[in-house]
Design a protein around this ligand. Structure first.
Ligand SMILES: Cc1ncc(COP(=O)(O)O)c(C=O)c1O
Length: 463
């Protein structure tokens, strides 16, 4: 059941604009399209809602009837009114950059990656020199090279979670780790609790294993846990550090709450961006509960081309993940792991470079977005801004800017079902001139669309 007090606080600003029933319908529609109310949420009874909003019951009934006709609500005789997203809105367009016809786009904002730092090339030479020493073996290490597992365990211990090497399996990046977890532990129909909005490929992976994402709303201010969370999910996938795409950084109390709210589920925490913040790393979630499975990677801190990540968890879990590789990739490439091992001693120095570069680019991009008239809650780290386009449709903008040589996915791509259309994720990994030019072109397209793209039902207020 959606929390009444919260719902009323979120709906009040929508009222008093046109007629009350249209205002209320606009307000509820916006909450659904912004992912604050998620599919399956139950609305309070009509009379309770009417009293709390100081509206007549007829007004509330008219609003709910309108939304039902539009497909945003459903209700069966005698049961509560529940939230849904109309099928025609469930659009998560994706076109991998390398498949697109207009390749290469002048500016690609569909991915958030940095070029390799200077330390990678010399480390590759040193790794090649180490290779002969292990060529005598068979070369298959499903859990990963022991020395690399030791190095990852030592780093995680330093960051606040005491870790042994036998709790680590080396993977080919964080996404591979998540996919292995799903492959091993999810069953067709399993429910996976996932932030809404979230990392699109993580949602795609859930679906690829015939599991079902169950969204929980997150904004730049944090997780919006419903008062009574349906605990039927088997697995939870959360990104507490500079969440993709909102940039939210969960503090210690939110992490404790996360552990509490997901009790009974396999809690998987993706720490892809954990070391990319302005301040010190916040105590990792695994420090609060032994059952937490942590997913990590060198992709963002060092370079996505390395394809080296890891999963940390109880030994039995890690062994099962490694065993699942026997019908998949068998084991990771040895030379790449040697390279990663060489880089492990340089992570502090590489991280310092990344953090200062990203801080400058973040400030630059946030200023450019604000000048364009958009609203930005600037995160204290990570790789992107989650920009509120103030009512414009990112789906429409995403199409329009393609003709201007900019590739950027619409906000709906980050949703489990067609919501968040008025948001755009803008990564600040490109150089400042490229970022300025990208924002300029998107703003120009927004101006062109203005007036044409804003339908009568677009939100006219922000919450
Ligand atoms: C939350 C999250 N996890 C994982 C990844 C992918 O990481 P990797 O390159 O290590 O597979 C990304 C990429 O953007 C991401 O945003």
């Amino acid at each position: 059941m959606a929390d009444l007090t919260e719902l009323v606080a979120q709906l009040k600003p929508a009222l008093g604009r046109r007629s009350a029933y249209l205002d209320l319908a606009d307000g509820l529609r916006t909450l659904i399209m912004d992912g604050r109310l998620v599919a399956g949420d139950r609305l309070p009874p009509q009379r309770t809602l009417a009293d709390a909003l100081e509206l007549s019951r007829t007004t509330v009934v008219s609003s709910l009837t309108l939304l039902q006709a539009e497909g945003f609500l459903s209700s069966r005789q005698g049961s509560a009114t529940t939230v849904c997203v109309p099928p025609e809105r469930v659009d998560r367009p994706d076109e991998p950059a390398w498949l697109a016809k207009d390749e290469p786009p002048a500016i690609d904002l569909s991915i958030a990656v940095l070029p390799a730092p200077g330390q990678v090339s010399p480390a590759a030479h040193r790794a090649a020199e180490r290779l002969p020493a292990i060529l005598a073996g068979g070369g298959l290490h499903p859990l990963g090279l022991t020395e690399l597992r030791n190095a990852v365990a030592a780093r995680l211990s330093r960051l606040g979670v005491p870790t042994r090497a036998d709790q680590i399996v080396i993977t080919q990046g964080a996404l591979h780790g998540w996919d292995l977890i799903l492959r091993t532990f999810a069953r067709p129909g399993s429910q996976v609790l996932v932030e809404q909005p979230s990392y699109p490929a993580a949602i795609d992976a859930i679906r690829a294993h015939y599991a079902r994402p169950r969204p929980v709303a997150v904004t730049a201010e944090g997780w919006q846990w419903p008062q009574r969370l349906d605990r039927s999910a088997d697995i939870a996938y959360m990104v507490p550090d500079f969440q993709n795409p909102t940039g939210h950084l969960a503090d210690e109390s939110e992490r404790r709450r996360l552990v509490k709210r997901t009790r009974g589920m396999m809690l998987c925490v993706d720490e892809t961006f954990a070391e990319l913040g302005d301040g010190p790393v916040i105590t990792p979630t695994a420090a609060y509960d032994k059952r937490v499975i942590t997913i990590g990677t060198l992709s963002k801190l060092v370079w996505a081309g390395l394809r080296i990540g890891w999963v940390r968890g109880p030994r039995e879990v890690v062994n099962r993940l490694a065993a699942a590789r026997s019908s998949q990739d068998i084991a990771g490439p040895v030379l790449d792991q040697l390279l990663a091992l060489e880089l492990m001693d340089h992570l502090d120095e590489i991280g310092d470079g990344r953090r200062s570069l990203l801080r400058q680019r973040r400030a630059h991009t946030a200023a450019a977005c604000r000048r364009a008239g958009w609203e930005v809650v600037e995160p204290s780290g990570g790789l992107f801004l989650w920009v509120d386009l103030k009512g414009a449709s990112s789906t429409r903008l995403s199409h329009l800017v393609r003709a201007r040589g900019v590739r950027v996915p619409p906000g709906t791509r980050f949703s489990t079902g067609g919501t968040h259309d008025r948001y755009l994720r803008v990564p600040f990994t490109s150089t400042p001139p490229v970022l300025s030019e990208a924002v300029r072109r998107i703003a120009e397209a927004a101006d062109e669309a203005d007036g044409k793209s804003r339908s009568a039902t677009s939100p006219v207020w922000t919450i």
